[in-house]
Design a protein. Structure first.
Length: 290
């Protein structure tokens, strides 16, 4: 993996192109389900409040669904909704046989118990991989739905033939739907995983040791390229305002062997995995009804 640190530019991992292929596959599966059952796979999207970034992400998800022949049923709740009301809404969708998958957009507001809200999603409809059930299955290496961004990261690594066994993967960030599951998935592929976070001492020293770096802190250009090990694979899962990642791309690409751009890297993969898992959920629910 060693590369000279000068006169070098990393190869881009084109998440947008790979996402298009995954969405095309999902569209073909959706078409089959629709012709067999007379009803398209259906994703319920639940949005609390009107945070502009969340509004945009949910709109993007619904647009991609429409293009893939997946119905999306949107539930917009006021910012002041209580946890109990949100749980009731999600429980109703979990019990509705015409809904195959549920997406509850995060963040939901500081007054909401997000864990309680996520846990109201029936495991079979948790196409966003946010429940304890999904996390445990993923951690044990059992089949199930994975959290979409970490799932997208793994698909990007596989598409670029990145061999993870024995490699040192450093995950910067420990959120329940990104950093933590990303580290577990890498561990499941025999990487040696270090988690770093806001209380980590001398972050740069850890980053320097990373063969594979996953940046998921949510702070623009937080990780400078100078700390990146020459030849490292750099996955930037940051989605900060202005489409800026967590890694300083211009300096990082001079040292990395492979790097995801922002935009066009991990972001589109997140949505592609959501659609792919939605049609899988619909196909599974259809098989149970036969
Ligand atoms: N319940 C969930 N909430 C959130 C998730 C999630 O997976 N499940 N992820 C993030 C944000 N997110 C999806 O919700 C997301 C972020 C960015 C993108 C994306 O495609 N970005 C583009 C650029 C955006 C643009 O063109 O405006 C890119 O990187 O190319 C998709 C999804 C938070 N919440």
């Amino acid at each position: 993996m060693t590369q000279p640190a000068t006169d070098h530019t990393a190869r881009l991992m084109d998440g947008a192109a790979l996402a298009r292929r995954i969405v095309d596959e999902a569209a073909a599966t959706a078409a089959g389900i629709t012709s067999r059952t007379g009803a398209a796979p259906c994703l319920a999207t639940v949005l609390v409040g009107d945070d502009p970034a969340s509004v945009t992400y949910v709109r993007m998800k619904r647009n991609r669904c429409a293009r893939a022949g997946i119905e999306s049923r949107h539930v917009a709740l006021p910012a002041g909704v209580t946890t109990a009301e949100l749980v009731d809404t999600v429980t109703g969708l979990s019990e509705d046989p015409s809904v195959h998958g549920i997406l509850l957009q995060h963040p939901m507001g500081r007054h909401i118990d997000e864990r309680a809200a996520f846990e109201a999603i029936a495991p079979g409809k948790d196409v966003d991989g946010v429940t304890t059930h999904a996390f445990a299955a993923m951690a044990f290496g059992l089949p199930g739905f994975v959290s979409c961004t970490p799932g997208g990261i793994m698909r990007l690594l596989d598409a670029h033939d990145v061999d993870l066994a024995g490699k040192h993967a450093v995950v910067v960030g420990r959120s329940a739907i990104l950093g933590k599951p990303a580290g577990m998935l890498l561990l499941g592929r025999d990487a040696t995983v270090t988690y770093c976070h806001s209380r980590t001492r001398d972050l740069a020293a850890h980053v320097r040791e990373a063969d594979v770096l996953v940046a998921a802190v949510g702070r623009p250009r937080f990780i400078g390229g100078d700390a990146i090990k020459p030849g490292a694979v750099v996955i930037d899962a940051g989605y900060n305002e202005g489409n800026v990642g967590d890694v300083d791309f211009d300096t990082a690409r001079r040292r990395a062997s492979l790097i995801t751009p922002v935009p066009g890297g991990v972001g589109p993969m997140t949505i592609a995995v959501l659609l792919s898992q939605t049609v899988r959920a619909a196909a599974h629910q259809e098989s149970l009804r036969r």
